[in-house]
Write a protein that binds this ligand. Structure first.
Ligand code: 2BA
Length: 108
């Protein structure tokens, strides 16, 4: 068995979870915060047989969009006297996915 841990956008989370459930798998949503943007995101965990991992990847891929975010950045000028506000555009998502081996799976 494998545990899929996927960090996704909050806006995609319900569509992904609905599709995972519709395909007969169970999923748990955790509220999380990205270390770089310090913004909320969603982590989902999903325990599935190893042969089903690719199916869950497909669901995540089809339902998680890439998004652009603008990150403010202060640039110091030549004489280190002034800072000029700048902005960097970054791409966030679709999903950051980890797959872990499950040693035991129990429902007690
Ligand atoms: P954040 O850490 O808030 O990062 C949001 C986005 O900012 C990242 O999107 C990436 O495009 C950019 N970014 C992150 N660190 C950066 C840096 N040092 N310099 C420049 N840009 C940077 P994604 O790569 O799609 O990641 C989305 C979220 O997934 C991350 O939110 C974080 O919560 C999680 N994540 C990504 N990689 C991870 C990893 N290796 N371990 C744990 N969590 C991870």
């Amino acid at each position: 068995m494998k545990l899929i841990l996927a960090i996704i956008n909050d806006e995609d989370s319900f569509a992904v979870m609905d599709k995972i459930n519709e395909n007969g798998f169970q999923v748990t949503k955790l509220a999380s915060t990205g270390g770089f943007l310090k913004a909320g995101n969603t982590s989902i965990i999903c325990g599935v047989e190893a042969t089903k991992v690719d199916l869950v990847f497909d669901i995540i891929r089809e339902n998680c969009k890439k998004r652009k975010r603008v990150v403010p950045q202060a640039i110091t000028t030549d004489f280190f006297t002034d800072t000029v506000p700048m902005a960097n555009e970054i791409t966030v998502g679709g999903a950051t996915v980890f797959v872990l081996d499950v040693e035991q799976f129990l429902k007690l």
